[in-house]
Design a protein around this ligand. Structure first.
Ligand code: HEM
Length: 377
């Protein structure tokens, strides 16, 4: 059964081939001491290391341990195996300094400069209750029950120290992070993840994903910054939109995912090629053109998002979209410029709305016997 090592230089769940399922969770830390916070991170690390190998969240199996105590593992993943489970931890800006400027844990001076609340982008309709968070956990697996089990047990372990602020289930990865993977499709029916940073390109990963020694705070070396955006997709109007307009919005074909300038899925787009009326064949306001490194000073990022459907709203519309996640070495050089371009003029904006947002510092991986984030304290 597929499993990924938990310990190592980097946390798993970033360049790891994107699994099929997501359970993402953000937490608010309760009124606890620095020592209690460290204790939580140690407990989370130990449980995550075991679960990612298919083991119990606790020292005992779900059906063992003291008979008159609640089991240390809730049990629903018994027999399922690891199914590629990765658990990735991140620290939000409010862990370092609260909104009123309090340095709860004596780490305010260790907050990386780029770990600040994201700017407000044009068109943002963010809901506070599904944004932010002091801590985050990204659990990905090929079996949804395994991902949910991980978040559920980590929440249980956090009881009295941190409480769940919001969580999001995702299905159907919307990115490939390895050239060995087939490019999946998002809920607009287009291939998503074609031009992603992929694990097989270590130079690009080092340049755009991992924080280097000397970038900012030394404790972040080998880490990355996670930006999450819950993007509601207005699928009903999209589904009534002409195919030509759908392809114009993205700048690629719906079938093969090739750029409108021709070739196959992996042919580089030619933004200068003229189309009808002398205008470029790939519209200037298409998603691909605006998100492309050429339009954003070379900005790239590793996208690792998931589709979601949270039932429907009161108007009978699917409450569906993209839970966008990306990892990068520096959000000020990756997510922020790209989202600024997109928010301004992307044709897609007619069909999408950003409703949730988060930014987290994801430290490097833990060595065996240590815990995630040890270098911060
Ligand atoms: C590319 C869809 C949101 C950044 C693409 C592609 C599609 C797509 C179909 C082309 C295939 C590919 O290269 O992956 C969507 C949809 C979104 C969304 C439906 C919202 C619901 C975002 C956001 C960002 C982003 C919020 C970051 C701010 C990118 C980047 C590329 C891309 C960097 C690759 C551009 C290139 O180098 O050619 N997206 N996307 N996307 N998207 Fe998005």
């Amino acid at each position: 059964v597929l499993s990924y090592p938990f310990h190592g230089e980097h946390q798993a769940g970033i360049t790891t081939p994107a699994q099929d399922r997501l359970h993402f969770a953000a937490f608010d830390v309760d009124d606890i001491s620095r020592e209690e916070l460290i204790g939580l991170l140690k407990d989370w690390t130990a449980a995550a290391a075991r679960m990612s190998q298919g083991g119990s969240a606790g020292d005992f199996a779900p059906d063992a341990g003291p008979y008159e105590a609640p089991p240390e593992d809730t049990g629903e993943a018994m027999g399922l195996g690891p199914t590629g489970l990765t658990i990735t931890f991140g620290f939000g800006p409010t862990l370092f300094t609260t909104a009123d400027g309090t340095d709860r844990f004596g780490i305010a001076d260790r907050r990386p400069q780029v770990l600040t609340e994201l700017p407000t982008f044009a068109g943002d309709m963010l809901e506070e209750r599904i944004s932010g968070g002091d801590l985050c956990i990204q659990a990905c697996a090929d079996d949804p029950q395994v991902a949910v089990h991980a978040v559920r047990n980590l929440s249980r372990i956090a009881f009295g120290r941190a409480s769940l602020r919001y969580s999001q289930l995702g299905f159907g990865r919307t990115s490939s992070t390895s050239t060995a993977q087939v490019t999946p499709r998002n809920l607009f029916g287009f291939k998503d993840g074609t031009a992603n940073v992929k694990a097989e390109d270590p130079a690009a990963v080092d340049e755009h994903v991992w924080v280097a020694e000397g970038d900012d705070q030394a404790w972040m070396a080998g880490g990355s910054y996670l930006v999450s955006r819950k993007v509601r997709m207005n699928v009903e109007p999209w589904d009534r939109t002409r195919l030509s307009e759908q392809e114009r919005s993205i700048g690629r074909t719906k079938g093969t995912g090739a750029p409108l300038s021709g070739g196959d899925e992996f042919t580089a787009p030619d933004f200068a090629m003229p189309g009808s009326g002398g205008r470029p064949i790939i519209a200037e306001q298409s998603h691909v053109r605006l998100a492309h490194p050429d339009s954003n000073g070379g900005a790239r990022m590793l996208r690792r998002g998931y589709n979601y459907v949270d039932g429907n709203d009161d108007l009978g519309r699917l409450d569906a979209g993209l839970f966008f996640i990306c990892f990068q070495r520096d959000p000020e050089r990756s997510f922020i410029p790209v989202q600024t371009s997109l928010a301004g003029s992307d044709i897609l904006n007619e069909y999408i709305r950003h409703v949730g947002s988060g930014i987290f510092a994801v430290p490097g991986g833990a060595t065996e016997g240590s815990y995630v984030g040890a270098r911060l304290f």
